[in-house]
Design a protein around this ligand. Sequence first.
Ligand code: AHR
Length: 325
Amino acid sequence: MVRGLCLFLLAAGLPTATLRAEHQDKPRKLTRPDGKPLVVGFSQIGAESAWRTAETNSIRSAAEQRGVELKIAFAQQKQTNQIKAVRSFIAQRVDFIVIAPIVERGWEPVLRQAKRAGIPVILVDRGVEVGDDSLYVTLIASDFVEEGRMAAEWLVRKLGGKGNVVQLEGTTGSAPAIDRKRGFEQVLARHPDIRIIKSQSADFTRAKGKEVMEAFLKAERGNIDAVYAHNDDMALGAIQAIEEAGLKPGEDIIIVSIDAVRAAFEAMVAGKLNATVECNPLLGPVLFDTIEKLLAGKQVPRYIKQVDRLFDQSVAAEVIDTRQY
Ligand code: AHR
């Protein structure tokens, strides 16, 4: 373990940095003071979406480029598995622990254990709710509230300020589900003629997106003008349900979602999805650049914010081949 680092890190500096996930051209090898490879434990949520797989691949390949020994534990969407994994990383005395936390709450005890063991924790993608900010060094993530607002502003324009919306929410208790709902609803509060008539979790998966959309269509057929899905995978599941119900997704029902994965661009080109808000999963380079700074004794911001943008059908064909995930 990189000794003596933790106290400094826990006092490290605090503003927010905003960046697109860019990185050095030639990453340097990251080692322990004795020249051995740095060891990083990464507790990943699972493989529930294409976005998640892109994030895993990005972190894996950035670790490889820097000669880092990366120990990944997939939690199959369960916080208890994540907590077990973090405890095991502590027992193995890794140099850094990286967590993509499935839900916001319930992290204090294990984060305290990591702190006591002197192992710095970095959060990627999702935040946590803790009373003590010194329990992690930094959060590298998108602004999910802003993503929800972008989706809503686009949808308000598309619907001309009037219509019925159904919402497919992400995993209950997760930062993106809470914040994307909040941001979306903040904007809709200024547009009383747009109503959310149904809202339910579909756990960020395509299969559940289809299942929940089938139920929405059964209950509200003929009454749904638009779908807002907290991720592309659920929107893609909803598209299937809409087609199987004999309707045209993207025309009879407008669909906006979040992530901007390749399959969403394909659906936009095919006219079945109307818009998607990017949420950048390529966090590997910025994660290891941050670790490198910490190893060099530099301060890092408490929140390293990723900048996202919205893509709609009008640009999909032109942009699709430039997409990296
Ligand atoms: O936390 C990011 C979200 O998690 C992505 O939007 C979603 O696809 C994933 O599962």
